[in-house]
Design a protein. Structure first.
Length: 230
């Protein structure tokens, strides 16, 4: 029996991904639909329960930009930054003006941080991660992950034009020592072999008992034996 070439290619790709992909399939945009371990660091208000849209109905959206920037201090762990930006994106998705203000202020802080150092590195990461989170948020509407009134209320429908958030994250990675959490962040906003390479670095640098190790396990990954021995 002759097997179609496209099926052979698909099978080859699937087998190659088994060496690094999660043991279980994660549905939905990875920067939006899956929660990150904050290690106890504060973040935006979030309701109890399961699901990726656990916003608090009484939260004042007009505070979103102020609250988000207040939480994203230089000392905030990267995974907590990712979770805060994820929540901020979900909150901003229902108000185009709030979404625009948040993006403008996060980008402005990155631009103002030209002096270098850890604060600038984190600000650049935040800007890139927010841009790519907005980009992934458009897929929620495009692929009809919501229905009825919820879909109509979703305002993040167009990707940020002229902005390459991943390139800013890549630049942030070069601005200091290796950073496994940033590597994992980069893997959430990239695809294919690029994403796999970032995951590999995150796995290698994840130490047992850390929020990164817990997050990797939650995503179905397993920290490397090298990391366990260190």
């Amino acid at each position: 029996m002759r097997i179609p070439i496209r099926l052979v290619a698909a099978a080859t790709l699937a087998l190659s991904l088994l060496t690094i992909s999660p043991a279980r399939v994660e549905a939905g945009p990875p920067a939006i639909c899956h929660q990150f371990q904050t290690g106890g660091a504060p973040s935006l208000p979030w309701a109890e329960g399961s699901g990726w849209r656990r916003t608090v109905p009484t939260y004042d959206l007009q505070r979103l930009a102020d609250d988000t920037l207040r939480l994203l201090t230089p000392a905030t762990p990267v995974l907590a930054r990712m979770e805060t930006i994820r929540r901020a994106t979900v909150y901003a998705s229902t108000d185009a003006r709030v979404a625009s203000e948040l993006l403008s202020r996060v980008l402005g802080r990155a631009i103002d941080g030209v002096a270098g150092g850890p604060a600038n590195r984190h600000a650049l990461f935040d800007a890139g991660y927010l841009v790519e989170s907005y980009r992934q948020a458009t897929l929620i509407h495009k692929h009809e992950m919501l229905r009825g009134a919820e879909k109509n209320a979703w305002q993040l429908r167009e990707t940020p034009k002229g902005l390459d958030g991943y390139s800013w994250i890549a630049s942030a990675l070069t601005m200091g020592p290796q950073h496994p959490e940033m590597e994992f962040g980069a893997s959430r906003v990239s695809e294919g072999t690029t994403s796999q390479a970032h995951v590999g670095k995150a796995l290698k640098g994840a130490r047992p008992g850390t929020p990164l190790a817990a997050t990797l396990v939650a995503f179905g990954y397993r920290p490397s034996e090298t990391a366990r021995r260190n």
